[in-house]
Design a protein around this ligand. Structure first.
Ligand code: SAM
Length: 377
């Protein structure tokens, strides 16, 4: 999948930001960057101008990271064809757009966020999508903390229309959405019709794809564990968490990995094994995706080059039953080309490894010569 935004999304963002003076957009973008760098969250986004700054300067990067991660999931699970997506901490719907590009199988998308301004933008943008799953998406204005794993089935109402732009585009709300059959991870093992019925209703109410793009960074330790448990409970297929590619982002991913493995999750990507992660500080596991910058993006950041590199850390896990292709290793850093060949830093099923592939070993060299940081071997 391309790291660049789909045309319909680019156009919708251009319309959203059209009324905002470039100077104003640049000031808001600078302040947003400062906010994220300081570790503060998206609650500073409090009006359409702030949203416009996010759409112009952050969404292209979070989209590129999510698109790269979903490609990695698709590579390992080529038969995975999700139908029901929960975008947890959807913001303007970035992850949903990436998923809709990759999986035409998607039939129902639910975007949940606590920021009404971002969620209103998500609705405005989604209405312009050529993908029916996006243009008919459901929106839930709520805190993820309300998805308590101990509550059982939880009924959440779609948001009222929020924000001035969304108000202009009144549309019928979908019926209240049941968010996940919040079942315990211990699945019933006894047979019989009653248990089969229970199983069927759980399947119907859960999500076979849950995406959390740059959401966990905004959760505190205690609520993070609780929300992770709820999301895993609501997930019948694959759960994907993407975070900034910083030591703090990796620490969050590592904590989620430990919890999810203990709950019986199988790792889809990036790790080649389910052993304790061998990467220790000051090193951290992260990847990078190069994305194009639009002219508005360059202007807002006073940038001189038409691209940027987004660094991210991630984890994709699945429940039993998803068919995964074997993963020999994943490339953990930019390959180092030398005269005799190319050297790779690898995550393998037995831990970290450095591997030199020599040019004179023609078949092996040909097989890896186009491989780069983040690719699977
Ligand atoms: C950095 S933004 C990422 C938005 C989007 N996923 C993306 O990748 O562009 C983080 C989002 O998570 C949402 N969020 C953070 N904590 C939340 C919570 N406890 N409940 C619901 N949404 C939350 C914020 O409102 C914000 O929209």
């Amino acid at each position: 999948m391309s790291a660049g935004l789909p045309g319909a999304l680019q156009d919708a963002i251009a319309r959203f930001t059209a009324d905002i003076a470039p100077k104003d957009l640049a000031a808001r973008s600078a302040s947003l960057t400062q906010t994220y760098r300081s570790g503060a969250g998206s609650n500073v986004i409090a009006n359409d101008r702030d949203v416009a700054a996010y759409l112009t300067t952050r969404l292209p990067a979070t989209y590129a990271a999510m698109a790269a991660v979903l490609d990695a999931v698709n590579e390992r699970a080529p038969h995975f064809a999700p139908t029901r997506l929960l975008d947890a901490g959807a913001g303007p719907g970035t992850a949903s757009w990436a998923a809709a590009e990759l999986w035409p199988s998607l039939k129902a998308i639910t975007m949940l966020d606590r920021n009404p301004h971002l969620l209103a933008a998500a609705r405005t943008l989604a209405l312009t999508s050529p993908h029916p799953s996006l243009s008919s998406a459901a929106f839930i204005s709520s805190d993820l903390a309300s998805l308590s794993p101990s509550t059982g089935n939880l009924l959440l109402l779609p948001s009222p229309l929020v924000g001035s732009r969304a108000d202009q585009r009144q549309q019928s709300c979908r019926r209240p959405e049941r968010v996940g059959a919040l079942r315990s991870s211990a699945r019933p093992t006894e047979g019989g019709a009653a248990s089969a019925r229970l199983e069927a209703s759980e399947q119907a109410a859960s999500y076979d794809l849950i995406l959390a793009g740059y959401t966990f960074a905004e959760l505190s330790g205690a609520s993070r564990d609780r929300i992770l448990a709820s999301l895993w409970t609501a997930c019948s297929g694959t759960l994907v968490i993407v975070e900034p590619g910083t030591p703090a982002g990796f620490a969050t991913i590592l904590a989620c990995r430990t919890t999810l493995l203990a709950a019986g999750a199988r790792i889809v990507a990036p790790c080649a094994g389910a052993h304790p992660c061998p990467i220790a500080a000051p090193d951290w596991c992260h990847f990078a995706e190069r994305l194009p910058r639009s002219r508005a993006h360059m202007r807002a950041k006073d940038a001189s080059v038409p691209f940027e590199d987004e660094k991210f850390a991630y984890l994709a896990v699945a429940r039993e039953g998803l068919e995964l292709t074997p993963l020999e290793a994943r490339i953990l850093a930019q390959p180092h080309a030398t005269k005799p060949g190319v050297r790779f830093r690898l995550c393998t099923p037995s831990g970290l490894a450095d591997r030199m592939v020599l040019k004179r070993d023609k078949p092996a060299y040909k097989a890896v010569s186009r491989k780069t940081w983040g690719d699977a071997l």
